[in-house]
Design a protein around this ligand. Sequence first.
Ligand SMILES: CC(C)(COP(=O)(O)OP(=O)(O)OC[C@H]1O[C@@H](n2cnc3c(N)ncnc32)[C@H](O)[C@@H]1OP(=O)(O)O)[C@@H](O)C(=O)NCCC(=O)NCCS
Length: 145
Amino acid sequence: MILRDMTEADLETVLRIEREVHVHPWTLGNFSDALRSQYLCKVLELDKQMLGFAVLMLAVDEAELLDIAIAAPFQQRGWGRKLLDEMMALARRQNMMRMVLEVRASNAPAIALYRKAGFTNIGLRRDYYPALNGREDAILMGCEL
Ligand SMILES: CC(C)(COP(=O)(O)OP(=O)(O)OC[C@H]1O[C@@H](n2cnc3c(N)ncnc32)[C@H](O)[C@@H]1OP(=O)(O)O)[C@@H](O)C(=O)NCCC(=O)NCCS
């Protein structure tokens, strides 16, 4: 298993996974912007196959996890936790003090993953996300690094 930098050449596969696992996926433009903005964009790979990816934004002493996804066939095998742990270690090495993120209130798998990794609720943004039926809350979570 390796964690490596995401490049433009990965974006076709990244978008395929993103669209497969998210109700409201990021666009090609979102990922291109993330690469250009020099966010930490990483790909988790096993035998040259992309298992998933994550995007982290660093700001002063706080890292914000903007996206994390594991391809559907590889979910629930521990890869999401592995990827999150790697991103937390990466942030720590960049002298970040904490990691924060926003998650849809209905996203039980992701919320369970974050809690297991040590994240707690730090806030709520009501009706933050567009949803299939109207709007849905964002839960803000954070973890000291
Ligand atoms: C969230 C996500 C990255 C988890 O990846 P994963 O590889 O399936 O997760 P893991 O196998 O490492 O599981 C780690 C923990 O997450 C939780 N979890 C994962 N999938 C779950 C599910 N379907 N239901 C409930 N809990 C789940 C469990 O607590 C699990 O620990 P356990 O196996 O000891 O019970 C994956 O479901 C995904 O890509 N979802 C779509 C994208 C997304 O929602 N990203 C987050 C945006 S904020």
